[in-house]
Design a protein around this ligand. Sequence first.
Ligand SMILES: *Cc1c(COP(=O)(O)O)cnc(C)c1O
Length: 451
Amino acid sequence: MDLNQLRSIQSVDLIPKYWYNILPDLPEPLPPMRKPDGNVVNPNELEAIFPKSLVQQEFSSTRFIEVPEELVALYAEIGRPTPLLRARRLEKYLDTPARIYYKYEGVLPTGSHKVNTALAQAYFNMIEGIERLTTETGAGQWGSALALAGALFKLKVRVYMVKISYEQKPYRRILMQLYGAEVIPSPSRYTNAGRSILASNPDHPGSLGVAISEAIEDALTHPNTKYSLGSVLNHVLLHQSIIGLEALKQLEYIGEDIPDYIIGCVGGGSNFAGLAYPFYYESIIRGRKKDTVFIAVEPKAVPSMTKGLYTYDHGDTAGLTPLLKMYTLGHRYTPPPIHAGGLRYHGVAPTLALLVKNKIVKPIAYHQTDVFEAARLFAQVEGIVPAPESAHAVKAVIDIAVEAKKKNEEKVIIFNMSGHGLLDLQGYRDYLEGKISNYEPESIDLSYLFK
Ligand SMILES: *Cc1c(COP(=O)(O)O)cnc(C)c1O
């Protein structure tokens, strides 16, 4: 690649003007959202918490959905297209014939892919005259992305932040506050959901599920306020498809075909889907490369896809959200305190669950010690410190590249480096000091879901 080529793959022309919606291309119809009584959720019922345009996207059967011009411009202004990089020094270190590419979302202002959907969601809320957004955040990646989006579109943002992260991880809280968002430790006294949890346990450390319950209740009980979700739902995955669509053009530009392996880490599934779904469309639906392998990586401590059940479950702990058919560990599962905060979610996006069930996406799980080891190697040879979440993908990439060496196969791998880890250095510190433990649930009891 010469410098001019490099320059043009950074060009605005590479930002897609349409998002890719996987709903019409699934191997079987997506099971609908249901209410606890079993009835199917009517789209307009969701308009209590989301603006109309996002509800439309959520249920749309249109394959390509236009990205508003104003949003394309904003994506360019915050650094899209993100670079497609080749991990040549990692290839060399592993002495592998594999070619390893990655989309680096860590260059975006809040350091991860989450801002792609945060900007889109804030934009559509702003267009519909909404003035205030509520949301939850774990480690703070999503909260800071929405806080930034709120600042750019002049919307008030209140973030319910899992209390233990609020206390132990001040930097992203400060980032959110810097952007002008109000950050509340959850469980809080602002909502019934929070108050009832505090009544039974005043020292409750909080969880993503609890914070979701609080943010939804807040949106339902305040005027001109809507709720924003950072993953799992179809419209979120739709917005993230910008990652894979850009990557397709960038690979084409350098003359690389559809890769053999497409890899991403999975919390709720949005960065994985963002990279993988446009490739699924090209390789499987359009038939350009039917044997592409899609690998979704999760922590062994939160093994929803590898050990969960494919069934209807709530998205939050209090059971306020509709039931989604997905792989789940049960909405009462309290994930162990692993450093990859963004992967501590009991379920997974329904479309991704369907692809896993149909064996189109292969899930694998790793222990966090192995993940940090992979991340350290990556940082030492490539310079970029992966977010602990993204490091799960790095670990899988290294394993596959090593396998390719053993078999002497010239495989092409692409993965999503969903974020950088420069605000996660406490986790790396614990790793370097040998203070990281591994967790794995012994058994998962989901009988309460069927009562
Ligand atoms: C939130 C987050 C994740 C996990 O969420 P998904 O919806 O599964 O992508 C992964 N990586 C980073 C850097 C995150 O911030």
